[in-house]
Write a protein that binds this ligand. Structure first.
Ligand code: NAD
Ligand code: MN
Length: 363
């Protein structure tokens, strides 16, 4: 079997508890690739110890040696800390991981009879928007009070490639659905891409985003004939997502909107602790749970490892190991649907280790 070299960057807080769980799941797969893990430093705690949040060595290892990576979570303080900036935002840039792919799906179980059913894929642009962090402050000479400004970048280049990814993923999802018996398919319509924007107000920036993503389908009419396209203003997107989350298949959004709606979608499936993501570029993939470092529960062995385990599966999927990825998703779904071994965020009393063991048993 091929050996995959995977960089592990647990970073801060519960990242150090959930990444080892994901590693154990990868190591326990009975088929597919062999793994060699490379442990790499990054994070706010590393910054406090050494003065750097993302050592050059970590970047070099990832770029030159690794086939992919798994990132935990980082504790970025809300106030400004001199010399510190978030390593995850920097890594996405260094490795040109231009899309953040976030599947959010519900699992039926007796313990959550009222949970909404959904199976959507949120694709978040990952390199620009307000995350270029071009901010400044000045004093308004008229009022003598401070004013702060931020630039927001939307480029045709970045919008086009993430738009193409959305339409391509819509086709990939459909072909995976076709392999299931009809009764097990959640989405029964033509594949659909929903473009999120606010170009009724931001006609220049979001206007360019909207036009460019629409253009991906219009300019490749034949290739994407099998995919429907719709658009939704970001505010009513949130409204619709809470009322009828089953109405979405693939959703593509600029960076900040994508960040916000995916935390919202996580609430619909019970917890941030179950939603994975993959940072995807043309040459590299990095799995990463959607949640942060959760300082309120860190160090107690009660963090839900499911998001990290599913992120490992998503990593496999994007590296071409679909069969093994489906095996992991299946094992996780079984644990969630049985609903006897759950962490407290899902109403259970089990630990991170117990949930991990239960997943391993079902592999
Ligand atoms: P958070 O995602 O860390 O936590 C939000 C809530 O969800 C908390 O109540 C937490 O206990 C719960 N939660 C999150 N993951 C969970 C899991 N796996 N199991 C059980 N419960 C879970 O968001 P926050 O509190 O807004 O941020 C905390 C820190 O994380 C901040 O420093 C922030 O900058 C950072 N953060 C990092 C990333 C990242 O690394 N990509 C993403 C978001 C936030
Ligand atoms: Mn987020």
């Amino acid at each position: 079997a091929k050996t995959l070299k995977i960089g592990l960057l647990p970073a801060d807080g519960i990242g150090r508890e959930v990444i080892p769980a994901a590693q154990r799941v990868l190591e326990s797969l009975s088929s597919g690739p062999k793994f060699e893990f490379v442990h790499l430093d990054a994070g706010f705690e590393h910054f406090q110890k050494t003065g750097t949040a993302l050592p050059q060595e970590t970047i070099d290892h990832l770029k030159n040696e690794c086939n992919g990576a798994l990132f935990g979570a980082v504790s970025s303080p809300s106030h400004k800390v001199a010399g510190y900036s978030s390593p995850i935002v920097a890594l996405r840039k260094h490795l040109d991981l231009y899309a953040n792919v976030r599947p959010v799906s519900s699992v039926k179980s007796a313990s959550t009879p009222n949970q909404k059913e959904l199976d959507m894929l949120i694709i978040r642009e990952n390199t620009e928007c307000l995350y270029i962090k071009s901010e400044r402050q000045e004093v308004d000479p008229k009022t003598g009070l401070k004013v702060a400004w931020a630039d927001r970048k939307i480029s045709e280049y970045a919008s086009k490639r993430v738009g193409a990814m959305a339409f391509n993923m819509a086709l990939t999802r459909e072909s995976l659905r076709q392999q299931k018996p009809e009764s097990e398919r959640f989405w029964k319509h033509k594949p659909r891409v929903t473009i999120v924007h606010k170009s009724n107000v931001l006609s220049v920036t979001d206007g360019l985003w909207r036009e460019t993503v629409r253009g991906v389908k219009e300019q490749n009419a034949e290739k994407y004939a099998g995919v429907d396209m719709e658009e939704q203003l970001v505010d009513s997107m949130v409204y619709r997502m809470f009322r009828e989350p089953e109405a979405f298949d693939v959703v593509v959004a600029p960076n900040l909107y994508g960040d916000i709606i995916s935390d919202g979608a996580a609430a619909l499936v019970g917890s941030l602790g179950v939603v994975p993501s993959a940072n995807v570029g043309d040459n590299f993939v990095m799995g990463e749970p959607v949640h942060g470092s959760a300082p309120d529960i860190a160090g107690k062995n009660i963090a839900n490892p499911v998001a990290a385990i599913r992120s490992a599966a998503l990593l496999l999927e994007h590296l071409g190991y679909t069969k093994e990825a489906l095996q992991v998703y299946g094992a996780v779904d079984k644990v969630l649907s049985e609903a006897t071994i759950l962490t407290p965020d899902l109403g259970g009393k089990s630990t991170t280790s117990e949930v991990t063991e239960a997943v391993l048993k079902n592999l």
